[in-house]
Ligand binder design. Structure first.
Ligand SMILES: [Zn+2]
Length: 304
């Protein structure tokens, strides 16, 4: 069965506190509908409903300290308790020790080896590759895993041809921040429908959204609310266009945006929101406890 993985960086299940947690304030009607009235807050999980399930998953994986992006994303892609093996959480970009785990053992590598179609759906701008080529920028864990699987990172021609999605969903940033005045722009709901159409071309596809972690570090309440309200519209367009043939997973590597009283990541559990047919959803969520359980559940869903 096909699986679309929407990775939201820095999203934990926090307190129902409108002073610190944008999820206590953002208007997210599509998410509320999926969760039958609940919001993305700590007391919402565990939940098994008609359309979606929500579990709280521990990203600390038994290792001291706050979870970080490089190790968190590497766990999501491998199922290996890398912080336990190394003795620490690490991020934002992988050091050589973490990077070594992202060669053969990732879902991208393993699905490709088994003849399954896998892709990272984000389109990366020229300045991203310039940064990599000049040595000023390191790959983060997810694109590094994609490259090691022999898969392409999508570029601006792929975005223009409709084969990839902008990191901000709508493509607005390509015009306002990246100088591509002709870049295709779509509404958030339309971007959700696009995500559904792209996911149909693959057995396993992943979309990476990092603006959430950034807004958390910057402690930007208004921006955080606006990002999540846009995401909710994406979710609406996505679920409307999604036929029942597959699962949608929304999860994260660690908390951050869920408590804007601190610049740091939080110790909150992260949401594992699973949308789709009930039997497949129940099989997916049956053994989910910490972040290491997600990759095996994805593997079983896709290979099953
Ligand atoms: Zn971060």
């Amino acid at each position: 069965m096909r699986l679309l993985f929407i990775f939201l960086d820095g999203i934990g299940l926090g307190e129902n506190d409108p002073e610190t947690n944008p999820f206590a304030r953002a208007r997210m009607p599509n998410l509320n509908r999926l969760l039958e009235g609940r919001s993305l807050l700590r007391d919402a999980a565990p939940f098994q409903g008609e359309y979606a399930s929500l579990l709280a998953v521990d990203p600390a994986v038994g290792v001291h300290g706050l979870p970080q992006s490089a190790t968190g994303q590497a766990i999501l892609l491998t199922g290996i308790n890398i912080p336990a093996e190394l003795g620490y959480h690490y991020g934002p970009k992988p050091n050589p020790e973490v990077a070594a785990y992202l060669k053969e053992a990732t879902l991208f590598s393993r699905f490709t080896k088994e003849g399954r179609k896998a892709a990272l759906l984000n389109a990366y701008p020229p300045r991203y590759f310039d940064g990599i080529d000049s040595g000023k920028r390191l790959y983060s864990s997810i694109p590094w895993a994609v490259i090691n699987a022999g898969l392409p990172l999508f570029r601006h021609p792929d975005l223009f041809a409709g084969h990839a999605l902008s990191a901000d969903f709508t493509g607005e940033g390509w015009r306002t921040m990246l100088g591509f005045s002709e870049a295709p722009v779509m509404g958030a709901a339309q971007a959700g429908a696009k995500l559904a159409a792209l996911a149909k071309m693959y057995d396993f596809s992943l979309f990476e959204y990092w603006a959430s972690d950034y807004a958390g570090h910057k402690q930007q309440m208004d921006n955080a609310i606006s990002l999540m309200e846009t995401f909710d519209e994406v979710l609406g367009g996505l679920t409307e266009a999604w036929d029942d043939d597959g699962l949608i997973l929304v999860t994260s590597d660690h908390g951050n945006m869920d408590d804007l009283s601190t610049r740091k990541h939080t110790a909150a559990h992260v949401p594992a929101l699973v949308i789709g047919e009930k039997t497949a959803r129940n099989a997916f969520t049956r053994d989910l406890k910490d972040l290491t359980d997600i990759a095996p559940a994805i593997w079983k869903t896709v290979m099953g």
